[in-house]
Design a protein around this ligand. Structure first.
Ligand SMILES: [Zn+2]
Length: 81
């Protein structure tokens, strides 16, 4: 999927090899990881961010925001599609 351009993407986080770009015209975030890139609408990107955040908490031995919360986030995501 090549970014259909005209897009003014700005780097909003990260650096070479791992960064997030964002196009304010399209409300699309682009996650670049090495040679891979993934374009996500803002709400999908936020959902991904929440899930990653939760995974980090879990890795830290977490104050388990629990399976339930993860399901809740996923359900909200599914409903919005
Ligand atoms: Zn755009």
């Amino acid at each position: 999927m090549s970014a259909s351009d005209g897009c003014k993407r700005n780097v909003i986080a990260g650096g070479p090899g791992c960064r997030v770009l964002y196009c304010r015209d399209c409300n699309v975030a682009e996650l670049e990881l090495g040679s891979m890139s993934m374009r996500l609408e803002e709400h999908a990107f936020r959902t991904l961010a929440a899930i990653l955040q939760e995974a980090c908490v879990e890795l830290d031995g977490g104050s388990l925001p629990s399976q339930l919360q993860a399901k809740e986030i996923l359900n909200r995501f599914r409903r919005s599609h």
